[in-house]
Design a protein around this ligand. Sequence first.
Ligand code: ZN
Length: 196
Amino acid sequence: MFKIEVRNKFKDNDSLKRPDWNLHFLAMTCVISNRSFDTSTKCGCIATRDNLILSSGFNGPPAGSLDIKIPIDTRPDKYWYMEHSERNCIYNACKSGINLNRCVFYVSGVPCIDCMRGMLCMNPKEIVYLDGGDTQMNHYKKDVTNNGDTIEDYLCRVAPNTNVIEYKGEAIKQVIDYIYSIYSSVELRLGGENNG
Ligand SMILES: [Zn+2]
């Protein structure tokens, strides 16, 4: 039986005070999400292999769009224009001829069912995401369970070779704390009086 692995905490820093890779890359998806010009939902995704970044993406219209002309504040109109971060991550890899087979996907929120299926088409080793409790971001779970299936029923059929790992609860706070710690560290190095 398929089980989504739910984790509430990242591993402690290693002996060199480095963060867990999952914490590191999930925090990075949050940074990447900030490039989205969607005013209400910002999502980021990274694909890695052997802890090296292969591709990234955030939600937005197709590359080359006239961004200023996109009806970003109008639902459902904007849905016709915006592509999700996970699929943009895949398309960005395609554009550069990067193979995502057996990669690890990191996502800043709960993937929708279309993106989940899209990522699974890459036969990923793992899909790792943050669940901050936003109900809007939990479509993937709702969509699947609407017809009586559980998420595990669905994943059992389509993702037998993929580990699906969900971080929530205390782990969300750890991501925020980690991003704050990066801010402090960067400010110390780059924001000093000598750099004004
Ligand atoms: Zn999606």
